[in-house]
Ligand binder design. Structure first.
Ligand SMILES: Cc1cc2nc3c(=O)[nH]c(=O)nc-3n(C[C@H](O)[C@H](O)[C@H](O)COP(=O)(O)O)c2cc1C
Length: 198
């Protein structure tokens, strides 16, 4: 560990740089993290594509279908957690915060403009996500997908989940000596930090 890495302020900053890079580069190991939320029967986890990250705002976001289970679950309980792992650097970053859901607003409109026509089909199924079907081949190709060629079809089902981060934990599995630290954000996005026993 060099001088810079042995510095909680530099580590916090580097975590956000890595996460922002993950949002921009599809090849980055942080591009497809796990997102978890609480339900009445336990935690619900799934992989998503990291779409946006802001170190200044301390926010990270993903896109989803507003008819999906997670959207309703997050409406009921805004607590949300993210898990990132980079096997090359052997670094794990966990973050938690409060979700804000965007569907009919400027943020969602702006995001939708960046969704290409192929990806827009993901939001255009007639049957809602998680609907029970008898024959996946038939349903998925004939009933569930709207094949109108109108890429605006999915807009009504498209939503953006933005997480306002309140807590972040960094773990580095450095050979010989592991390092772990956490960062707790206040309402001004300033943070307190601590080294932790790994
Ligand atoms: C690599 C990968 C990326 C995914 N990205 C997304 C995504 O960005 N948004 C999303 O809603 N679902 C995404 N999914 C699907 C979810 O993992 C999940 O199966 C689906 O959204 C249903 O989750 P839910 O029932 O908890 O709402 C992705 C799955 C994989 C394997």
């Amino acid at each position: 560990m060099n001088e810079k890495e042995y510095n909680l302020i530099a580590i916090e900053s580097d975590c956000w740089l890595q996460i922002m890079e993950g949002a921009l580069k599809s090849s980055h190991p942080f591009h497809q993290p796990v997102v978890a939320n609480a339900t009445t029967i336990g935690a619900n986890m799934r992989m998503v594509v990291l779409r946006n990250a802001s170190a200044a705002e301390k926010t990270i976001s993903f896109y989803t279908d507003i008819r999906s289970g997670k959207w309703e679950e997050l409406q009921n309980n805004q607590s949300i957690s993210w898990l990132f792992y980079n096997p090359e650097s052997r670094t794990q970053i966990r973050l938690s915060g409060k979700a804000s859901l965007h569907q009919n607003d400027e943020l969602a409109n702006h995001a939708w403009k960046n969704v290409n026509s192929n990806s827009r089909k993901n939001y255009s199924s007639i049957l809602t996500p998680s609907s029970k079907i008898i024959d996946p081949k038939k349903s998925l190709h004939q009933e569930a997908i709207i094949i109108t060629g109108n890429s605006e079809e999915g807009r009504g089902n498209f939503g953006v989940v933005v997480t306002n981060i309140l807590w972040m934990e960094w773990l580095w599995l450095n050979p010989g000596c592991h390092y772990r630290a956490n960062f707790i954000y206040d309402k001004n996005r300033d943070f307190t930090s601590s080294w932790l026993v790994p």
